[in-house]
Design a protein around this ligand. Sequence first.
Ligand code: SAM
Length: 220
Amino acid sequence: MGRGEVVNFARLREKMVQEQLLERGIRDSRVIGAFLKVPREKFVPKKMQVYAYEDGPLSIGYGQTISQPYMVALMTELLGLDKRDKVLEIGTGSGYQTAILAELAGEVYSVERIPELAERAQEVLQDLGYANVKIRVGDGTLGWDTYAPYDRIIVTAGAPKVPLPLIEQLAPGGRMVIPVGPRYHQVLKVLEKTSDGEVVEKEDIPCVFVPLIGAEGWQE
Ligand code: SAM
């Protein structure tokens, strides 16, 4: 891109939704609507903005990434959100997934272990006017007890196993989406807690996430 050239982000956003989401099978119209609305370029560092709609994860500093648009969409679709849901997100990162959740759910609680990322995400989300999001710095493998139980839980970093506190903080009838497996390749799992507290687990696609680091995750 030449100097002074203006990037049409709205156009790039529509193209991403068409080619990366719709053509790969994302069907939920509410999810598609949220992706058409949330300005992904605001969640990446300035010098990376022209790449914001590319088909992959991007570096956001501190060794962390904003996830690939398709992965964010797939996890969101698997969550099956309702406008009244209370959602817990582990791994705020850039805050992009948080914004998508805030579009589709009632309240979003998000935990991030790196203070600088949490602060930046908080600022962007506030600037964009999301009033239904609370962010906390801490070890998300322990969940966020204060607002539990949650109708939906999403973990956006790769876990060696499903952290027990997250299962405990999931409401009966609730659902959790989490990448689980060895450090460098995981499988996306969908867990459902029945009304009598039993947990039923299904596997979706293979994936690769940065590690979930904490007491119930990987060691640093
Ligand atoms: N969903 C994010 C986005 O759209 O930008 C991507 C998140 S990035 C792939 C994973 C994030 O999880 C990183 O920001 C990382 O610092 C965070 N993380 C790792 N372990 C964590 C833990 N125990 N608690 C909270 N956050 C954690």
